[in-house]
Design a protein around this ligand. Structure first.
Ligand code: PLP
Length: 355
């Protein structure tokens, strides 16, 4: 039954974000940048030690065990950390809290597509400066008046990391705007802007457990900023839903952060496989934009990306493809295990040979 016009006019309607497919069963899943390795064994221990009787009680609304572990890890105050249900939750709250101006918020035309969805949902005006022809962010485009700035570093889906000089330049030119640096992939790239939060009162850095910490299914993300900005974020959170983080997420998250050695080895394995995948893609004639994340963004001058995507899918290998004009000849390929990448390349060679 259709919703009557009289009802419809009072309903908030949005075009939702379209997440990558989550196929069930045996597939090679290289489409949503999950980590192919399990989380730290300490996470299993933390889960086993959970007192399920306590599930009848609400969790700690301040997420203290997790915040404490993160503050220690990043050498910041506990009042400088905010935790949420994945960085999507954290980022959406940041949009609501910090992008509260009549002037447009600025983010790149090619970037994480959720930004546009949140801007639309919250009715925040926005503009999207174009990446240059090499898919780099043009920092001068962010020198104009705005209601806030957000960009991922490394950017997605281009996998291009910009150094801290670049980040500082944008911060310097936007002293009166909040600048959010979405560092979902920073652990595969370079230095984090977390070291700048004490220097810039307009900086917010967000990170996630979904990629480098192998915990996409647990939904944990966080923001690091000045105590004042974190307080604003908490005020909005408590006006929305006080108990966002489950008891399980809190202890598992803290355990994962504390196992630093496992984390570093996990990242090292992925970057080693990434280097190999990059070489093999190049040998097959692919061109890539960057290689600073746990995925590669690749195009082949002689093969249509949508066809490759479809042929891979027929072989139960999932990568990501978008129909957007500037990137429709690209595939985003998550770096999986060495075995998964071997299966991927066997299929890819077969597809390229049988045009
Ligand atoms: C994956 C991703 C996120 C969100 O991840 P969560 O699973 O919600 O923590 C945020 N930003 C970018 C650029 C991402 O790729």
């Amino acid at each position: 039954m259709k919703i009557r016009q009289e009802l419809l006019k009072n309903i908030r309607q949005v075009e939702p974000y379209v997440p990558g497919e989550q196929p069930q069963g045996r597939v090679v899943k290289l489409n949503t940048n999950e980590n192919p390795y399990p989380p730290s064994p300490e996470v299993r221990k933390a889960l086993d030690a959970l007192d399920t009787d306590a599930f009848r009680l609400y969790p700690d609304p301040a997420s203290s065990v997790l915040i404490k572990a993160l503050a220690e890890q990043y050498q910041v105050g506990e009042d400088q950390v905010f935790a949420g249900v994945g960085s999507d939750d954290v980022l959406s709250l940041c949009f609501l809290t910090f992008f509260n101006s009549d002037r447009p918020v600025l983010f790149p035309d090619i970037t994480y597509s959720f930004y546009r969805v949140w801007a639309e949902l919250y009715r925040i005006p926005y503009e999207c400066p174009e990446l240059d022809r090499n898919f780099r962010i043009v920092k001068e485009d962010y020198y104009r008046e705005n209601g806030g700035v957000i960009f991922p570093n490394p950017n997605a889906p281009t996998a291009i990391y910009e150094g801290l000089d670049f980040v500082e330049d944008i911060l310097e030119h936007n002293r009166d705007s909040i600048v959010i640096v979405d560092e979902a992939y920073i652990d595969f790239a370079g230095r984090s802007a977390v070291e700048l939060v004490d220097k810039y009162d307009n900086l917010i850095v967000t990170q996630t457990f979904s990629k480098s910490r192998s915990m996409a299914g647990m939904r944990i993300g966080y923001a690091i900023a000045s105590p004042e900005l974190i307080r604003c974020l908490n005020d909005v959170k408590y006006s929305f839903n006080s108990y966002t983080m489950s008891r399980a997420a809190l202890v598992c998250g803290a355990a994962a952060v504390q196992d630093r050695a496992y984390f570093e080895e996990n990242v090292r394995r992925i970057t080693a496989t990434r280097a190999r995948v990059q070489d093999q893609l190049r040998e097959l004639g692919f061109e890539m934009t960057g290689a600073d994340a746990n995925f590669l963004f690749a195009r082949h001058p002689e093969h249509d990306a949508k066809r490759l995507f479809g042929e891979l899918k027929k072989r139960r290998i999932y990568v990501r493809h978008w129909n957007d004009e500037r990137i429709r000849q690209y595939l985003r390929i998550t770096v999986g295990t060495d075995e998964e990448m071997d299966i991927f390349f066997r299929a890819l060679r077969d597809i390229l040979d049988n045009k």
